[in-house]
Design a protein around this ligand. Structure first.
Ligand code: C2E
Ligand code: CA
Ligand code: CA
Ligand code: CA
Length: 274
């Protein structure tokens, strides 16, 4: 503490207080959204790189627009909700919203993000019926991040195998940044690897470490019979490089931003007008 001058402490404290105030405001917004069912979902199209144009599916992404603090990004509210144990409740809410979408006749395959906390937690039983039911109505895949199942591999594995047996697909999200051993790929019923956006971001420039990493991921996926999805494709150069190196599927702002379900339906699924 002595090393910190008084001036530094004075400059630091208001920042810390602001951060804490923001955290509790965000937490309250999440609790409000859960109790008032005011979360909503957007859909980002997922394409086969060799046949852009018609999406083969969509990823469901959560959105929260709070009356007091406005639009909140999941990148901000998910970690805060996680620290408060609210993730299973949020994940259940997403499953409910996807059920509503299916009930309105939306039949394209969907991917949802589920936390390993939800997959390994108590009370997953109801989801073991709800998720296969959604899968039967057009296809469903769950995306789980490598980092989130560290330390919970046993319980996550059992749940994922049950889901897999009942027709739900499994994807590893943000693949490559988890610092985890790859051994889990042997024991989890994975079909799809989603190559993290941070690697995709530097493709298309001069060859560098990301190119080598993505090449290695694609080779490994091919050898293991897994489908690869590049996330965060923003430029034609990235898309070309990925396709040339055997990546099958892609998402990203170049191909389609996340939009609300009605717009998705209008833009991608209505019959083309003459
Ligand atoms: P993620 O699962 O890796 O989702 C992809 C994120 O990248 C989304 O951000 C998406 O909008 C964004 N993205 C897509 N294409 C591009 C691109 O070309 N460029 C850039 N810069 N970004 C792109 P979003 O919706 O803000 O979600 C952030 C993270 O929050 C997600 O990362 C996921 O980890 C988490 N999340 C979102 N929805 C849910 C949910 O329903 N449940 C859970 N548990 N987590 C969620
Ligand atoms: Ca995801
Ligand atoms: Ca991801
Ligand atoms: Ca991510």
């Amino acid at each position: 503490a002595k090393a910190l001058g008084r001036g530094q402490i004075r400059r630091f404290t208001p920042d810390l207080r602001r951060r804490n105030e923001r955290r509790s405001a965000v937490l309250q917004a999440v609790q409000r959204a859960l109790s008032e069912s005011s979360f909503h979902i957007v859909l980002q199209p997922k394409f086969r790189l060799s046949r852009l144009g018609q999406p083969i599916g969509a990823e469901v992404l959560l959105r929260l627009r709070d009356t007091e603090i406005g639009q909140l990004s999941p990148a901000e509210f998910i970690p805060i909700a996680e620290a408060q144990g609210l993730i299973p409740a949020i994940d259940r809410e997403v499953v409910r919203l996807v059920g509503e979408l299916r009930a309105r006749g939306f039949a394209l395959p969907l991917s949802i993000n589920l936390s390993a906390l939800t997959l390994s937690g108590p009370g997953f039983g109801d989801l073991l019926e709800a998720l296969p039911a959604l899968a039967r109505k057009g296809g469903l895949m769950v995306e789980v991040t490598e980092t989130s199942f560290m330390g919970r591999l046993g319980a996550v594995r059992d749940t994922l195998h049950m889901l897999r047996r009942s027709g739900v697909g499994v994807a590893v999200d943000d693949f490559g940044i988890g610092h985890s051993s790859l051994a889990y790929l042997q024991s989890l019923p994975v079909q799809e690897l989603k190559i993290d956006r941070s690697f995709v971001a530097s493709l298309g420039h001069e060859p560098g470490p990301s190119h080598a990493i993505v090449r290695a991921i694609l080779a490994m996926a091919e050898a293991l019979g897994l489908t690869t999805v590049a996330e965060g494709v923003e430029t034609p150069e990235q898309a070309d490089w990925l396709m040339a190196h055997g990546c099958e599927l892609a998402q990203g702002f170049l191909l389609g931003r996340p939009v609300d379900p009605q717009e998705f339906q209008r833009f991608y699924l209505s019959p083309q007008e003459e």
